[in-house]
Design a binder for this molecule. Structure first.
Ligand code: IMP
Ligand code: MG
Length: 211
């Protein structure tokens, strides 16, 4: 029997994937926020096709180069893993981690570098890969941070973009899908650390009194 995500959550059944990380604290935090996983916004098939398209553009745009794909931990892990395997060029990957929202669904506007790159990006063609761009504050900060190291070029990719939420003007060259102002989870994107392992991308909303 196939259960929807919402059913899995409300009935506490694990179907194929385990929705909760095992850590009890996190589990409590997630439960306390009473979020409800809603409809599928993008199916794994749609995402796969989009990632392939983005990779084709990258392959074309970086002909003769050896780009460095910089994944922003932890949300970009899934999209980066899929993307890099569709890029038909020699390329390298590296990671950065920046502070995120924690257990709130709105941005704090505070960006902190938790993990810096291992690679020297001076003279390299750098492509920042992120899961979702919301206010744009994170990517805007990272862009300035990395430009100071004088890369040969610096572009950005976001699988999802919420244009209506933008607080800064930012030219993101590669955007997978534009989404309205909803909170999303799945395909690497989390809420309080949970739901990253869902194959599709879902919208979540605060749970109403009726559930
Ligand atoms: P920004 O700095 O406001 O653009 O925030 C970007 C980061 O916030 C993304 O890389 C995500 O980690 C997180 N984020 C923004 N919107 C969502 C969402 O709808 N679901 C989960 N994480 C989100
Ligand atoms: Mg992120």
């Amino acid at each position: 029997m196939m259960l929807t995500c919402a059913q899995v959550l409300s009935e506490g059944k694990a179907v194929g994937v385990r929705l909760w990380p095992v850590r009890e604290e996190k589990r409590k935090a997630v439960l306390a926020t009473m979020l409800k996983v809603k409809e599928v916004l993008f199916s794994s098939e749609e995402i796969e096709e989009k990632v392939r398209e983005l990779a084709e553009r990258i392959t074309e745009d970086y002909q003769g180069e050896e780009p460095l794909l910089v994944g922003i931990l932890r949300g970009a892990v899934v999209v980066l893993a899929d993307l890099m395997r569709c890029v038909e060029l020699p390329c390298e990957i590296d990671f950065m981690e920046v502070s995120s929202y924690g257990a709130s669904t709105s941005t704090s506007g505070v960006v902190r570098i938790l993990k810096d790159l291992r690679e020297n990006v001076t003279g390299r063609h750098v492509l920042i890969v992120d899961d979702i761009i919301d206010s744009g504050l994170t990517l805007s900060y990272l862009r300035r941070f990395l430009l100071a190291r004088k890369p040969a070029s610096l572009e950005m990719l976001a699988l999802l973009s919420k244009p209506s939420r933008r607080q800064v003007d930012l030219n993101v060259k590669y955007v997978g899908f534009e989404v309205p102002d909803v909170f999303v989870v799945g395909y690497g994107i989390d809420y309080a650390g949970a739901y990253r392992n869902l194959k599709d991308i879902h919208a979540v909303e605060p749970r109403t009194a009726e559930g």
